[in-house]
Design a protein around this ligand. Structure first.
Ligand SMILES: NC(=O)c1ccc[n+]([C@@H]2O[C@H](COP(=O)([O-])OP(=O)(O)OC[C@H]3O[C@@H](n4cnc5c(N)ncnc54)[C@H](OP(=O)(O)O)[C@@H]3O)[C@@H](O)[C@H]2O)c1
Length: 240
């Protein structure tokens, strides 16, 4: 990856940061883009990366960000809006649902649309979904629908943007601050359930996804695929 430039939309936290660190450790220059830009005092751990401000819901801002970045080699889009406060399908506030789909699905779309023209030969795009794409849970119809749409987009683009390679990573439970909305006791309980039941016998880490993302960036013959990085979550009953 030396001499390569990688853009991670959502790369300042959680899974995206795991991807950014894996690409940097492999020798790439890494741009991390999301809404917040932090000072070196606030986030000294981001000093290895170029930070850029970008709001996925603002197509003009997405285009402007990629025009600023210029030519690069690999795009990874991990960003997603916070999980909304909508509940059951029949109770759902359509405004919140629209906002989630706008950020996750159309944000992934816009990143690919405006990033692709800048990708160098041999380039790739990697999207991120989650187990709910294939294993729906009550109360999360918007998330399942957005993830499934991103996976469908991924396959479509593998054909339409070829020879740019386009893939999706579908992680299972990854222990990031995304779960910070849960009370500590509930979060600990969830971790314990994962450790007890997932075949991997531990919670996932951002670097597990980083490892898979690096594989997708560097293997020239993998395109149009969805990779589960879930510790075997797909083989056991739902934990949450
Ligand atoms: N963690 C898990 O167990 C798990 C499992 C399966 C799937 N996933 C999925 O993986 C994705 C990332 O999860 P994570 O754990 O890494 O969560 P996270 O740490 O909360 O990361 C979300 C990132 O998205 C960025 N973001 C949010 N809204 C944005 C916007 N409008 N424009 C640009 N960037 C935006 C945030 O940065 P700013 O605030 O700076 O914008 C943040 O860096 C989500 O789609 C999640 O549903 C997670």
């Amino acid at each position: 990856m030396a001499g390569k430039k990688v853009v991670v939309v959502g790369g300042k936290t959680g899974i995206g940061l795991g991807v950014a660190r894996a690409a940097r450790a492999a020798g790439a220059t890494v741009v991390v883009a999301s809404r917040r830009v932090s000072s070196a005092q606030e986030r000294p751990d981001l000093e290895d990366f170029v930070q850029l401000s970008l709001d996925l819901r603002d197509e003009a801002a997405v285009k402007a960000a990629f025009d600023t970045i210029g030519p690069f080699d690999h795009l990874v889009v991990t960003a997603a809006p916070e999980l909304g406060s909508w509940g059951a399908f029949m109770d759902a506030d359509m405004h919140g649902v629209r906002s989630y789909l706008e950020g996750k699905f159309l944000g992934s779309w816009a990143s690919a649309r405006h990033g692709a023209p800048h990708l160098r030969a041999g380039g790739s795009i990697t999207f991120l979904t989650g187990g709910m794409a294939a294993r729906p849970k009550i109360g999360f119809a918007a998330v399942t629908s957005a993830f499934a749409a991103v996976e469908a987009l991924s396959g479509s683009l593998a054909l339409e943007l070829a020879p740019i390679r386009v893939n999706t990573i579908r992680p299972g439970f990854i222990d990031t601050d995304m779960w910070g909305f849960l009370p500590t006791e509930q979060r600990d309980g969830l971790r314990k359930q994962v450790e007890d039941t997932f075949p991997a016998r531990r919670a996932g880490k951002p670097q597990d996804v980083g490892h898979a993302a690096l594989f997708l960036m560097t293997n020239p013959y993998v395109t149009g695929t969805v990779i589960e990085v879930s510790g075997g979550e797909n083989l056991v009953p739902s934990v949450s």
